[in-house]
Write a protein that binds this ligand. Structure first.
Ligand code: C2G
Length: 439
């Protein structure tokens, strides 16, 4: 008898899961299905699981495909199970290719093709897979793709890139890579747009007009009127248009905002942020998909300032250094803001290196966030009497991208998402970062 073993969360069992189980069964005579326990899913960073373990086990039992159902509760249990049940074959879907090769030491490992594009019912029902299309050429698309795996109910429908850019091989070989944006939109009910800012407006508009929800890297547009038009279209069609600033979805950042609101450092009088990443810029051959400093870092650097001091600044002062033969490509920009009751500054650069820290100064103390503050899992609250200083740590899985995706899903389902970027902040970011380059 050939024993086959496979594992999964199997949340809201659908045809993709069932096809996998049928093909797993066909590999042998006896099929063992391991269903992940809730806390094992949490431990491995899988979020947004809607059903309880018992509901998921019962759904598998009702398929009649499993000869035995076990519960996966800890890292490394697969090896114990293969030995205990003398499994001959371990199998799992092709989205895990390579991840379980180490099990070849214990049994044969088979990766079965994953079912692309699950047939969808209305996205607002909780049973729907979110079929998300990825748009863009930079490495952030790869990060987003990897993070989708941790959010239950999210399926990558395809990827579109105007140039192959820095797509990783898995994305380049994705069976649903599309040669046109229109083709991608036919396959998905949501898109993540990380193309260069000058392409956002048209791509977001087309996605909304095709009925897709949108997460777009910030700035969503470079022109405020275009942004307002997109917000109107999304509202008219009952669709979500979400500003994808990763930092907004990080646990440490959100807890920091709550502590400030609670007055932990008194009244905030100054917020200073710095974001730089020294990249090799070939002055004579600027890659077409490269973002300039103020668009690459401006939205992130501005987020805490607008969240803490608001968007009603009275004056700005701006210094920018551009490449000699590329006036629209700044290698460094500093913008200072004057408020009625405070000041703020951002320093951003792709051609200048500085200390990527954030300092929030208050009448009772200050908050210090070390570099890279925008994806930190740690910050300090410091006082005059340093013995009162407090340190805060918050696990940040995947730079906060999986929680950004979860917020997106919650917004689509009509649930409130408290950490999303407000329209008002998105608009002010465009005013500072966009074509008008106010300030
Ligand atoms: N699957 C599939 N097609 C889909 C969705 C899922 O073939 N459209 C497969 C997955 O590849 C996996 C199984 O169905 O083999 C269960 O998928 P999930 O419930 O998403 O669980 P996952 O986290 O992928 O489980 O340790 C291994 C993991 O537990 C695999």
């Amino acid at each position: 008898m050939t024993k086959v073993i496979t594992y999964g969360t199997y949340d809201f069992l659908h045809e993709g899961h069932i096809r996998l189980l049928k093909r797993a069964k066909a590999l042998g005579d006896y099929l063992i299905v391991g269903v992940t326990a809730d806390d094992f899913d949490m431990a491995r960073g899988k979020i947004n699981v809607g059903q309880s373990l018992m509901e998921r086990v019962e759904a598998i039992r009702q398929t009649g495909l499993a000869d035995k159902i076990i519960i996966e509760e800890y890292e490394g249990q697969k090896i114990d199970d293969i030995r205990r049940y003398e499994a001959d074959i371990f199998t799992v879907g092709s989205d895990w290719v390579g991840k379980f090769d180490y099990l070849n030491e214990f049994c044969k490992v088979v990766y079965l093709d994953r079912t692309e594009g699950i047939s969808s019912t209305e996205i607002r029902s909780h049973r729907q897979e979110l079929r998300i299309g990825l748009v863009g050429e930079t490495n952030i698309v790869n990060k987003f793709k990897n993070e989708c795996r941790y959010v239950n109910g999210v399926e990558i429908a395809g990827v579109y890139a105007s140039t192959s850019g820095t797509l990783d091989n898995e994305l380049k070989n994705l069976t649903s890579r599309t040669s046109s944006y229109d083709e991608l939109l036919c396959k998905c009910n949501a898109v993540y747009i990380a193309s260069k800012p000058s392409e956002h407006y048209h791509q977001v508009k087309k996605a909304l007009e095709s009925g897709a929800h949108v997460i777009c890297e910030s700035p969503i547009t470079l022109d405020i009127e275009q942004f307002d038009e997109l917000i109107h279209i999304a509202s008219e069609k009952g669709l979500v248009l979400m500003d994808g600033i990763k930092t907004a979805y990080s646990l440490a950042f959100n807890r920091m905002m709550l502590l400030i609101k609670a007055g932990i450092i008194g009244d905030v009088l100054s917020v200073d942020t710095t974001c730089t990443s020294l990249i090799d810029i070939d002055k004579n051959n600027l890659p077409s998909h490269l973002w300039n400093s103020i668009t690459a870092w401006g939205p992130t650097a501005l987020l805490p300032i607008f969240k803490i001091l608001g968007t009603d600044f009275k004056q700005t002062m701006r210094y920018s250094k551009s490449l000699p033969n590329h006036k629209d490509f700044d290698i460094f920009t500093k913008v200072s803001f004057i408020y009625d009751n405070g000041v703020a500054s951002i320093k951003v650069g792709q051609g200048v290196k500085s200390e990527g820290e954030m300092v929030i100064s208050g009448t009772k103390g200050y908050i210090y966030v070390p570099a890279p503050w925008w994806k930190t899992d740690y910050f300090e609250v410091r006082y005059e009497n340093s013995s009162e200083n407090k340190r805060y740590f918050y696990q940040l899985d995947g730079e906060g991208i999986r929680y950004e995706i979860l917020s997106f899903i919650n917004l689509i389902k009509g649930r409130k998402s408290y950490n999303q970027v407000s329209e008002e902040i998105s608009q002010q970011i465009i005013r500072i970062v966009g074509n008008t380059g106010e300030g």
